[in-house]
Ligand binder design. Structure first.
Ligand SMILES: [Zn+2]
Length: 288
């Protein structure tokens, strides 16, 4: 089956399309979200039927069934982030133990999405993920020893060296990762925010503008599928900064090579196809 056929077929009876979303998706209990679902612009947030965290919601990005990576408007991205932050704040006010929120986006099946209609995943759990725990605890140790924030120090070095520095958009700097977790990885680092909770409109707008640039840069780089995820502290934390990491995934076509082999799946080693310095020099112009 070709890619366009898959999009066409998946549009029939799609649960996330406006015609079905009210009847086909569940509602939150009223003590979590009084209105049952959160709505901001074209975005609707509802519970995930197959949760893998204590709190696990899905948020649609657009009313339209399919949009390509460069077709999302800034408003659609902004409203999606805004609705997600509202959900995280609802969880925080209900449950004092579940304090680790993650905003993630698997864009298209090569990135692990089982539904074509664009959506993000929102999880909140009592414990951070393995890598988030490693970052949070290492940053705490670094702060205690060096008396400075690791991410701010990293940005200072990356900006001065320039090899992996893409640019600054409002309160977020964009770099390619020194040690990428996937192909063409781009990383956004907030300057003065360490948690997804209570993210204000300016931070939401800065992040969304940066993501729009990433998506534009990616499409011109031949990338049409990605994984995106955040690393957030449980509350404002002087030793940490809110991070978003985006990696490219293979082109969505009927006969594609998956980019995860035995090294990635069984040895926890990542093989990447291009050096971060090359990615930064290729994509820099989109962040200037
Ligand atoms: Zn749909």
């Amino acid at each position: 089956m070709g890619y366009s056929e898959l999009i066409e077929l998946s549009a029939k009876n799609c649960y996330f399309c406006p015609a079905n979303i009210k009847t086909a998706t569940p509602m939150f209990p009223s003590n979590l979200v009084p209105e049952g679902r959160i709505k901001v612009g074209e975005t609707t947030v509802f519970p995930n039927l197959f949760p893998f965290a204590k709190y696990h919601a899905v948020a649609t990005v657009s009313r339209e069934h399919f949009l390509g990576i460069d077709e999302f408007t800034l408003k659609q991205i902004q409203d999606t982030v805004k609705a997600s932050v509202k959900y995280f704040d609802c969880v925080r006010s209900k449950d004092q133990k579940a304090v680790y929120p993650i905003f993630s986006w698997n864009f298209l099946p090569p990135a692990g999405a089982s539904v074509i209609h664009s959506h993000v995943q929102l999880t909140v759990d009592e414990r951070p993920t393995n890598l988030a725990w490693l970052y949070l605890s290492a940053c705490k140790r670094y702060y205690a020893k060096q008396k400075e924030n690791y991410w701010m120090h990293l940005l200072e070095i990356e900006k001065a060296e320039g090899e992996r520095f893409l640019g600054e958009i409002g309160g977020v700097s964009w770099i390619t990762s020194y040690v990428p977790l996937g192909n063409d990885e781009i990383c956004g680092v907030f300057h003065d925010v360490s948690s997804l909770y209570g993210l204000d409109d300016i931070s939401i707008s800065d992040l969304s503008k940066g993501l729009k640039r990433v998506f534009t840069a990616y499409t011109l780089y031949g990338v049409h599928s990605f994984n995106l995820s955040t690393f957030s502290a449980s509350s404002e934390d002087e030793s940490f900064r809110l991070i978003v990491r985006i990696i490219a995934r293979p082109y969505p076509q009927s006969y594609y090579n998956n980019d995860a082999g035995y090294m990635e799946r069984l040895h926890e080693e990542v093989i990447v196809e291009s050096m971060p310095e090359k990615v930064a020099s290729d994509l820099k112009e989109y962040f200037g």
